[in-house]
Design a protein around this ligand. Structure first.
Ligand SMILES: [Zn+2]
Length: 477
């Protein structure tokens, strides 16, 4: 049961279920005494099936597994897409990608959209975010609502980013985990007794895979090859037809990054436990998208919407409030996280949010099945899909102009498309169109189009952070 009164929690849960659309003026008065700290962690590019608690046989994730065993693990959680920027926008707004509109480079989130951090801040939370990857740079608008928003990229990477290399290439070799641990630690030493909403983006699992050697050894002790695994994006040695032993080592490096990140996360949580003793803590661990190792011919991510790219981990840990060892098998979505956290904090969710409050599921009550819309609209892609627990439709336009129907029980690897005239495929295609149309209508209604990316105020702010110039005193809005 949430720390807000049970009747209020129930009211909010029911409100969310009924797609409540009361205006923000109806919000509860601020009574923050019993609110828990909320800690939301995204681990970039983390495939759930490479975590022990999701069945991976190698020991990648001792600490995450322990947290999952002490809480609730969602077996089937989905992002909205297969890359960082839109999925984080979906996480922070509870909206699908084609509704919030942040689907390609060169755009920033509309300040008119209400974010998770803004809602919690209004509720009385102190809001702080720490990030390790370039798409979380404030230029993209995802810092909206955070009192503190700190980059944990290296100064060298940062310099490239502020010069306009916001696409990410500069950051791939950066090792940001230890810097993130330190930044959060410094922040916590100065934290006050207000409830805290802490967001942490751990970036190291994202390629390039260059973990410390000690973190790779558990996964590949005897590799003697001399293949260069850097610059994954452009490295011709990392290809579908690479030698099997090299490919095995590539995956071991990825697993090593997970092991490394799991250790860094444990340190952050240990610091939190030491510094934040007055309140309970709801911890949510999730990801932004997956990663592929040539299952469908490609490497990295951002190329398609197959399960290895859109499934994410989702773990809720809140001792005393959520039962340990709980497994949720229902399909849930990244857009459901914001409404769930708002319900926990006793905040009425903004009207027209597309995610739903998962609190009933987390506490053993059923919710109706909900389809998940998947979209990849960057780099001339026009790929959309709808996923159900047992099937998926993917519709490619442009490059392939083809629709696929996958039966995920008979064909978990999405290897062959089914006859498109079958009933479930026809219904899936109709549902996909319905969801796309619904997003277009809602986007029109919200009148919150993304804005063109403008580096100048952020450049000024960031240079000031490093003492290079007379920049602005405050963080850009
Ligand atoms: Zn990402």
């Amino acid at each position: 049961m949430p720390p807000v009164s049970s009747s209020r929690a129930l009211a909010f849960a029911l409100c969310a279920l009924a797609a409540c659309s009361k205006p923000p003026a109806q919000r509860a008065p601020v009574e923050t005494g019993s609110l828990p700290d909320i800690v939301l962690v995204t681990i970039d590019s983390l495939r759930p099936d490479h975590l022990g608690c999701y069945g991976y046989p190698a020991p990648t994730s001792y600490n995450i597994d322990t947290l999952a065993a002490a809480g609730v693990r969602c077996e089937l959680a989905l992002s909205t897409t297969s890359w960082t920027l839109p999925s984080h926008a979906a996480l922070f707004t509870g909206l699908y990608d084609s509704t919030h509109g942040l689907v390609t480079n060169g755009l920033r989130l509309s300040p008119k959209l209400e974010t998770l951090a803004e809602c919690l801040k209004e509720r009385g939370y102190r809001t702080a975010g720490f990030f390790g990857g370039p798409y979380l740079h404030p230029a993209y608008g995802l810092a909206q609502g955070f009192d503190t928003w700190e980059s944990c990229m290296s100064p060298a990477t940062e310099e490239l980013v502020v010069k306009g290399d916001l696409g990410g290439e500069a950051a791939h070799e950066d090792v940001t985990g230890p810097r993130t641990v330190k930044a959060v630690e410094r922040f916590l030493e100065k934290s006050d007794n207000r409830p805290l909403f802490l967001f942490v983006h751990l970036f190291d699992v994202h390629y390039d895979y260059n973990p410390p050697r000690e973190d790779v050894l558990p996964f590949d002790r005897d590799y003697t090859g001399d293949t260069n695994f850097s610059h994954l994006d452009s490295n011709p040695s990392i290809a579908k037809d690479m030698p099997a032993r090299d490919r095995q080592h590539l995956v071991a490096l990825y697993d090593g990054e997970i092991h490394f990140t799991d250790r860094n996360l444990a340190q952050i949580l240990s610091n939190l436990s030491a510094q934040r003793t007055d309140r309970g803590r709801l911890l949510v661990i999730t990801g932004d998208h997956g990663e592929e190792f040539f299952e469908h011919g490609n490497k990295g991510h951002q190329s398609s919407l197959y399960d290895e790219l859109v499934r994410i981990p989702l773990i809720f840990n809140w001792p005393g409030h959520l039962q340990k060892d709980t497994l949720i098998r229902d399909q849930v979505r990244i857009i459901d996280i914001m409404p769930t956290l708002l319900a926990v904090a006793g905040v009425e969710q903004p009207p027209r949010m597309q995610g739903r409050n998962l609190w009933p599921l987390l506490t053993g009550k059923p919710l109706p099945e909900a389809p998940a819309l998947l979209e990849l609209l960057v780099d001339q892609n026009d790929v959309r899909g709808v996923r159900y627990p047992e099937s998926k439709i993917i519709s490619w336009r442009g490059k392939y102009d083809q629709t696929f129907g996958f039966h995920l029980v008979r064909d978990r690897g999405e290897g062959r498309t089914f006859d498109l005239s079958q009933d479930w495929v026809v219904k899936g295609k109709q549902e996909l169109q319905r969801l796309v149309d619904e997003n277009a209508a809602l986007r029109k209604e919200l009148r919150a189009e993304p804005e063109p990316l403008d580096l100048s105020p952020e450049l000024d702010w960031r240079l000031h952070q490093y003492g290079y110039t007379e920049g602005k005193e405050s963080k850009p809005k």
